[in-house]
Write a protein that binds this ligand. Structure first.
Ligand code: T1G
Length: 646
């Protein structure tokens, strides 16, 4: 079947693009559109052309699968130009998303009409590239420089009503989109707006570009595409249309071949593969109509907030009234924070909080579909919780533990109907961090596993299936990463140099400052626990600091010193003293060599994790690091980075 069909509605030609799943601009679609321009221009019975798409969305952009290959003609800029300069006016009918090349096609049309729930955007920077078919050059002429900078350098799509306010679309069509746009096309008079390429460019003061560059560099932290996109926009204000198009295209082609773009494409496909483990094909998830969280501490409250954000009613169970109250205070702090950052209105925050019922009585869970336990990390405490849950919950309710380090099999040992039990490991803050490790036990049934993945989808999280081992995937790699960072310090690299190298690599923080922020004591207590249980756990440098009372920022010092009320890390002479006997002065390493050592160690741990079957595929490990531990997305994750040769 052809990807492009043309139908007639009186004098209106209706072109339908039908290239599932997302109407990407494959070579056949580009050729079909170009042929349609010529055919319809020559047809005296056609007064206007309406462009619609079949399926779930308007054109979602260039075909990402074609990015690794040489571009095939006709090239998209030529297709957009042909549409723009066609003798007959083209009008787009946007439903779903008009993204990247899809929006660029829309920019070639005289009018852009959209369904109310549609969105438009130029997400190219999220793939490490810039728009390649006039997206920067035309958006600037259509909607002005501020809108264009925002749209192009963030890559964030905007919903139709906002797009209308910003001047990116002309009209929102309520009701049936196709017939609404045809009616609009029938009513057109001879007064058409100028093609966008013929419109004037705004004149922009030098200071605007300087400020934008500072702001974007700060945000992008080593990522090239946003700054290069800004340069395209700037050039478009300083030169004529054709030269600006050439500059944009050259930038696009250069970035398309870059390592960053390859890394971001890898992550794009990894994120789409992760939610669909092969083993779950055809398996139905259990219903998720409501949920409960056991424990209202930082983690429990964060999980409850995430569940509320997804619209589920939540019961929060604590052991006494005072603890319930503390849980609510934690939840309120989360929602208040969201209001302060402009992510929620006050009314929505109130409604989210009102959807949580506190209780000390497990009987409240008799009809709960999903219970997530997030109590103190102590086997006996958790086992007690599951003993209660086994008594009160329905036999088909999914019962999950949020343990980080305990063995889920021990937690569920005496649980009746163990097929419904699963590990769901959230990352703090649980309402923000995107990673969800899903850890089934050998007894977990397929429907329960499918429910874990369905939950991730509902919460907008990235699910990674993990086998059972200490620390699952993420924390196990974290441990190795920290150990390698300590090894560098032992061989004479300074703590500050290690942190600076990892910041330069793209992490928000280095391994030592991150420990100071989170506290060194939790990992210490865990090691002590293992030692007490007779395991051979070598003394770490962190242990020496904790024994000396240096647990991180909360005690005024950890790997660094801190001045009261100031979070800036200061190199510490006390630490130098404490660790003096452990450190051999050695050759200095440059930042890239430090990063290679640390990321290489992560990847080696990743390989062991794969060999043991703890992770299903290398790309899942990359996602765990990116979405749970701040690994820079544009580096592709430790496995991609190391295999692609960095
Ligand atoms: N190319 C190829 N495949 C794509 C694709 C694309 N652009 N977008 C999605 N898919 C596949 C995806 O891999 C999955 O496949 C299926 O479609 C459904 O996707 C010149 C250079 C449109 C909002 O970045 O944001 O244009 O796994 O699960 O949740 O300037 O897909 O089923 O086999 O995400 O309904 C810019 C990316 C390209 C859009 C739909 N465009 N896509 O979300 O489905 S650069 C993008 C999306 C560009 C020009 C430049 C979303 C969506 P499979 P899905 P969804």
């Amino acid at each position: 079947m052809s990807v492009i069909t043309i139908a007639r509605e009186g004098k209106i030609a209706v072109i339908t693009v039908d290239n599932p799943p997302v109407n990407a601009l494959s070579q056949a679609v580009r050729q079909g559109l170009l042929d349609a321009v010529a055919a319809l221009d020559d047809d005296p019975d056609v007064s206007a052309v309406v462009l619609v798409c079949a399926g779930r969305t308007f054109i979602a952009g260039a075909d990402v699968n074609e990015f690794g290959k040489p571009p095939q003609p006709p090239h998209l800029p030529d297709v957009v130009s042909a549409i723009e300069l066609a003798a007959k006016p083209w009008i787009t009918a946007i439903h779903g998303s008009a993204l990247g090349g899809g929006f660029e096609i829309a920019l070639g049309c005289r009018f852009r009409l959209a369904a109310p729930e549609a969105s438009v955007g130029l997400p190219e920077v999220t793939l490490g590239i810039v728009p390649g078919a006039g997206g920067t050059v035309r958006t600037l002429r259509l909607a002005g420089v501020e809108v264009a900078v925002d749209l192009v350098t963030t890559g964030k799509p905007v919903r139709a009503p906002r797009a209308m306010e910003l001047g990116l679309i002309d009209r929102i069509v309520e009701g049936d989109l196709r017939s609404g746009v045809i009616a609009f096309a029938e009513d057109l008079d001879d007064e058409l707006p100028l093609p966008i390429s013929l419109r004037a460019t705004p004149s922009v003061p030098e200071t605007f570009w300087e400020n934008a560059e500072v702001a974007i560099s700060k945000r992008a932290k080593g990522e090239m595409a946003p700054l290069r996109a800004l340069a395209c926009l700037r050039r478009a204000t300083e030169t004529d249309f054709a030269s600006a198009m050439q500059f944009e295209r050259a930038t696009f082609l250069e970035l398309r071949a870059s390592e960053q773009a390859a890394a971001l494409r890898h992550v794009f496909f990894a994120e789409r593969a992760a939610p669909r483990p092969v083993a779950l094909k055809g398996i139905e998830a259990r219903p998720l109509r409501n949920a409960a969280v056991i424990g209202g501490g930082t983690m429990g409250a964060g999980i409850a907030a995430a569940l509320r954000d997804a619209g589920l009613p939540v019961v929060l169970i604590e052991r006494d009234d005072a603890a319930v109250e503390r849980g609510f205070a934690n939840l309120k702090a989360i929602f208040d924070g969201a209001v302060k950052r402009g992510r929620l209105t006050e009314a929505t925050a109130e409604a989210r909080l009102a959807g949580v019922t506190g209780s000390t009585d497990y009987a409240a869970l008799a009809d709960t579909d999903l219970v997530i336990e997030a109590v103190f990390e102590e086997l006996s405490v958790k086992r007690q919780v599951f003993a209660e849950l086994g008594r009160v919950c329905r036999a088909d309710a999914v019962l999950a533990t949020n343990t980080s380090y305990l063995d889920p099999r021990d937690i569920a040992e005496d649980l009746p109907h163990p097929g419904r039990f699963i590990g769901l490991h959230f990352f703090s803050p649980a309402n923000i961090m995107k990673l969800l490790e899903i850890a089934p036990t050998p007894e977990t049934d397929a429907a329960t596993l499918a429910t874990g993945f369905a939950l991730a989808r509902l919460l907008g999280k990235v699910p990674v299936r993990a086998g059972i081992c200490e620390g699952f995937i993420g924390n196990r790699i974290l441990k190795r990463y920290r150990a390698e960072a300590e090894a560098l310090v032992r061989q004479g690299v300074s703590i500050a140099d290690v942190d600076a190298a990892m910041r330069a690599f793209g992490f928000a923080m280095g391994p030592f400052e991150a420990q100071d922020l989170g506290g060194l004591d939790i990992a210490f207590l865990q090691r002590e626990g293992a030692r007490a249980a007779g395991r051979d756990v070598p003394e770490t440098l962190g242990d020496i600091l904790v024994r000396a009372g240096r647990k991180g920022q909360k005690t005024g010092g950890g790997w660094y010193d801190y001045e009261a009320g100031d979070r800036r890390p200061l190199p510490s002479q006390d630490v130098d003293q404490l660790l003096r006997d452990q450190i051999k002065p050695g050759a200095a390493l440059d930042a890239a060599a430090i990063a290679d050592r640390l990321v290489g160690a992560m990847a080696r741990e990743g390989e062991a994790i794969l060999a043991e079957g703890i992770a299903e595929r290398p790309s899942d490990i990359d996602l765990a690091e990116i979405h749970g531990y701040g690994f820079p997305r544009w580096r592709g994750g430790p496995m991609f980075f190391t295999l692609a040769g960095g």
